[in-house]
Ligand binder design. Sequence first.
Ligand code: GDP
Length: 394
Amino acid sequence: MKLAMIGFGQAGGKVLDKFLEYDEKHGSNIVRAAVAVNTAKADLMGLDHVPEENRVLIGQSRVKGHGVGADNELGAEIAEEDIDEVQGAIDSIPVHEVDAFLVIAGLGGGTGSGGAPVLAKHIKRIYTEPVYGLGILPGGDEGGIYTLNAARSFQTFVREVDNLLVFDNDAWRKTGESVQGGYDEINDEIVKRFGVLFGAGEVEQGGEVAESVVDSSEIINTLAGGGVSTVGYASETVENSGGSGGGLLSKFTGGSKSQPEDSANTTNRITSLVRKAALGRLTLPCEIDGAERALLVTAGPPAFLNRKGIERGRKWLEEQTGSMEVRGGDYPVPNSGNVAAVVLLAGVTNVPRIKELQQVAIEAQENIDEIRDESEENLQNLVEDDDDELESLF
Ligand code: GDP
């Protein structure tokens, strides 16, 4: 499916940049247009793949290109004030060619956390295409203010988008790595999952498994109805002799087909990949029981995909989620050396991580209020002499 992607803030911009890199590398054609928005000039300059004319610096009169310093209320205010500048960049997008918008932001900071919900609301008012959000939750070790920002932004962002896809840094961080190196890897994981998902709807109909190829309308229908979504992924390397790097066997098969495989093997592989994807680490860890809708995508060389595998996977997902709205299909990738299963769980409601985030945010809020009150009093005590004998100058 073709998306107009808007990266808001630093994390939003970097993940957008990665999507463009992924698209180029895999020829998946999912990013029809890319716009990066920020209040910090240096962050925009640090991007590699977003075209320069699509980088929008907002809030110059207020923060002079230096960012909002994790103040998401300021981020939201600036986004509202300068929405015309962002709209100017969106005007250059051929919107009739996109299936949906995707607004990407880290929810713990200031610019993206405050700005992304404002932008989503604005785009929804103007266009008829669905507007999705990709919201990144902060790591638990980032501190109270980031958690508070994320909890407030999450609440607002969910309300303003047609669906909020969530990625939780906390579930994905690795210890003992530099923050930058860590983010690079994490961003790869993000685009891999969402790249396969959105890329699936971009495959031309026709070919070996035509009738079971995922269509972009199936992604849209799964995400319709709003709420919060999470994605699972699992993959396995296979001996694919088809494609460009084909081995000896490709000579005998004409180089265009994958090695034939026992279909029971194919089915079993897919079934177990689906289970691993759904029960393994999700982009937002949660209980899958109670998910309102789901979409299963199996990706890989056509000879390693089959209808039976998908049907079994779908049935299993129905049982596990308790949902009758489970869609499924193929994403044939002839040259790939992997078979992968991607499971999109839409409308999840049993998410302990969000409840924990809100709890910590409330504590942080109370703590901030308390310290603010105390500090006024303490400053008063410091500045005033005990018996009030001194007079101020004016
Ligand atoms: P902003 O520029 O003010 O919107 O704030 P940032 O985007 O710099 O940071 C917001 C949050 O996003 C941080 O608290 C991190 O949790 C997260 N973050 C920052 N950079 C990255 C990144 O490259 N990848 C991921 N996954 N998360 C990031």
